[in-house]
Design a protein. Structure first.
Length: 300
């Protein structure tokens, strides 16, 4: 748990966005299937996404000017940090604003006409000023995405990957390092990303949108660990306990990613600030990076 002083720092910290001049290169088609999911409110469905992907969009990220935080200190990893990274057995990635340049729920909300209001809640959630589960429920209540709308969004919007992520994941896998995606976003939107990167579906820990018999939105699966505050930490602990990894790293941009670095969880927290620099989070990182290049090069 964070101390009150650290939580205050998250609330008051600056969030510095990077301008992302991206263009849509292609779209992709997807096969969507449904499976029934028991729910107190009746029979609902979780959409499984089996995609036939063409080409993802790789965003063009302009390097941002480093703040005082980024000019010294944890932008240059210590020998201990490098040793842990080079000997890591599993790496867990956040998805939104890390693997991808977007916040997935914000993009879906924008597609559904509620982008601004939802984005404000996302900023509060990622800064740590409200419990994640409260922010998730509030955001979904603003636009209540139905199955057909999610389907349409997935058909029209290819994943926008952060520069270098495909090369990094490829190198990790070549080095026999297991890769996981741990996200407070939705599995329906993350499955295509995992397919592009060659990450097994069982290595995804994310939330599920729930739909009724007619495809209407009925909520989200609150049994998923990532649906609540501290959930990413629990997911990492679950992975470590189940796979008996000796060393693990977490890479992300937000307070929920930082939480994963704790006993029994990740040994290393690497803050990726190539999309969003959340200064209070970055200040607590073992290693602060603005591109994936340092991680790639250090594995040579």
């Amino acid at each position: 748990m964070f101390s009150s002083s650290l939580m205050e720092a998250f609330i008051t910290s600056r969030i510095i966005p990077v301008q992302l001049p991206c263009r849509k290169l292609s779209s992709f088609s997807a096969d969507l299937s449904l499976r029934r999911y028991p729910c107190r409110r009746g029979s609902v469905s979780i959409m499984n996404h089996h995609s036939r992907l063409l080409r993802p969009v790789t965003a063009s990220v302009q390097p941002q000017e480093l703040s005082a935080l980024g000019r010294e200190g944890n932008t240059f990893p210590s020998k201990e940090v490098l040793d842990i990274w080079r000997n890591v057995e599993a790496v867990c990635f956040d998805v939104d604003s890390t693997v991808c340049v977007d916040e997935g729920i914000d993009e879906l909300a924008e597609f559904c006409g509620a982008g601004k209001a939802v984005a404000e809640w996302t900023a509060r959630a990622m800064g740590g000023s409200v419990p994640f589960e409260e922010a998730l429920a509030a955001r979904l209540s603003l636009f209540k995405p139905c199955l057909s709308k999610v389907d349409e969004y997935l058909q029209k919007t290819p994943p926008r990957l952060s520069p270098g992520i495909e090369e990094l994941v490829k190198k990790l896998r070549a080095n026999k390092i297991d890769v996981y995606l741990i996200s407070g976003g939705f599995r329906q939107m993350i499955n295509p990303v995992a397919s592009i990167l060659g990450i097994p579906r069982e290595n995804i820990f994310a939330n599920n949108l729930l739909f009724g018999k007619s495809g209407e939105f009925v909520g989200f699966d609150d049994k998923e660990p990532t649906s609540r505050s501290g959930g990413k930490a629990k997911a990492v602990q679950q992975i470590r306990k189940g796979r008996l990894y000796k060393t693990m790293a977490m890479i992300g941009d937000g307070a929920t990613d930082l939480e994963a670095r704790q006993p029994g969880g990740a040994d290393l927290f690497i803050c990726y600030a190539g999309v969003q620099l959340r200064e209070a989070v970055a200040a607590q990182a073992d290693w602060l990076i603005f591109s994936f290049e340092p991680l790639i090069n250090s594995l040579d």
